[in-house]
Design a protein. Structure first.
Ligand SMILES: CC(C)(COP(=O)(O)OP(=O)(O)OC[C@H]1O[C@@H](n2cnc3c(N)ncnc32)[C@H](O)[C@@H]1OP(=O)(O)O)[C@@H](O)C(=O)NCCC(=O)NCCS
Length: 270
């Protein structure tokens, strides 16, 4: 596997996903690889070193791979004040990297904001559970046989990091792990209930996960609910129209015909 080469690219439920192999090395990223970036990205990459440089470049190449699949001329994909990747307004995107793999997910922003996360399945780190899970989630994990608990924890942990990345553009603040309740289903989706400490929202959250060799990959899409359309008034029946017209011609109130049992002055009839 050549470092920084494409690992896979595919259309997924929430957009287009691309992955790039990373070298497990702190060596500076070769110039030939940096040359695949936009000039401004390359300049940013040169301010980084060690694994951070490798990860950052890998994430950009993955995001560029996903953007390329959407047939885009790619502008520089820099960083906002919170560390999130910056894409053109009409696109939403997210990055994750773990030692030997970087992934990038891109979608059209009119469909919502997206978040992606990659986590290693080993070594197990069950001790993180009380810090990242709500009491209901801990109870669900503890009800499982011991050998299934870690994957249940890391799946929820990864989902929450993907939720954070997708949610951040809406809330612009740190969101704690206890602000989302994640209930994975066996069909590779998960139910997510947000319990946002500052009461933002409502939001529609969709979540999916995939098991990769030795890893879990989670993807989240967050949207604001569609504005509800004003309710259309029911058309009055033709006969009611005629009656209303006759009533108006006779100097009566139209309201009278629409509210049986009420006289022209609006008093309840006896
Ligand atoms: C920011 C955070 C989610 C990154 O996750 P991670 O597992 O450490 O690292 P990953 O490799 O998966 O992701 C790193 C990428 O996340 C992206 N990212 C960083 N901050 C981000 C933000 N505020 N919004 C969106 N994406 C962000 C960046 O693209 C970064 O890669 P890059 O710097 O190379 O471009 C994590 O460090 C964090 O702070 N988590 C705490 C908040 C949280 O998850 N709350 C749960 C709420 S339910």
């Amino acid at each position: 596997m050549n470092p920084f080469s494409a690992a896979f690219q595919r259309a997924v439920h929430f957009g287009y996903l691309a992955a790039v192999h990373l070298p497990d090395s702190k060596e500076p990223v070769p110039e030939a690889v940096l040359a695949q970036l936009d000039d401004a990205e390359r300049e940013h990459a040169l301010t980084l070193s060690g694994y951070r440089q490798v990860d950052w470049v890998g994430g950009r190449l993955a995001l560029r791979g996903a953007l390329g699949a959407m047939d885009r001329q790619t502008p520089p994909l820099l960083v906002n004040n919170w560390g999130a990747p910056v894409l053109p307004d009409n696109l939403a995107g997210s990055i994750s990297h773990k030692r030997t793999l970087a992934v990038g997910l891109v979608a059209r922003s009119r469909h919502g904001s997206v978040g992606i996360d990659l986590e290693d399945l080993s070594p197990p780190r069950e001790r993180i559970a009380p810090r990242v899970l709500l009491p209901e989630e801990l109870a669900a994990v503890e009800a499982l046989p011991p050998e299934r608990r870690w994957t249940a924890i890391v799946l929820r942990f990864s989902m929450k990091e993907a939720i954070y990345k997708a949610l951040h553009p809406f809330v612009h603040r740190y969101v704690d792990f206890k602000e989302a309740l994640v209930t994975p289903d066996v069909d590779c989706t998960a139910d997510v209930q947000l319990r946002l400490a500052k009461g933002e929202g409502p939001f529609r959250v969709e979540a999916r996960y995939t098991w990769l060799p030795g890893r879990v990959l989670t993807q989240v899409r967050i949207r604001e609910p569609r504005p509800s359309r004003p309710r259309r008034r029911k058309k009055r029946k033709h006969s009611e129209h005629r009656q209303a017209e006759r009533s108006a011609e006779q100097g009566g109130a139209v309201a009278n015909s629409a509210a049986p049992g009420t006289n022209v002055d609006g008093d309840e009839s006896v």
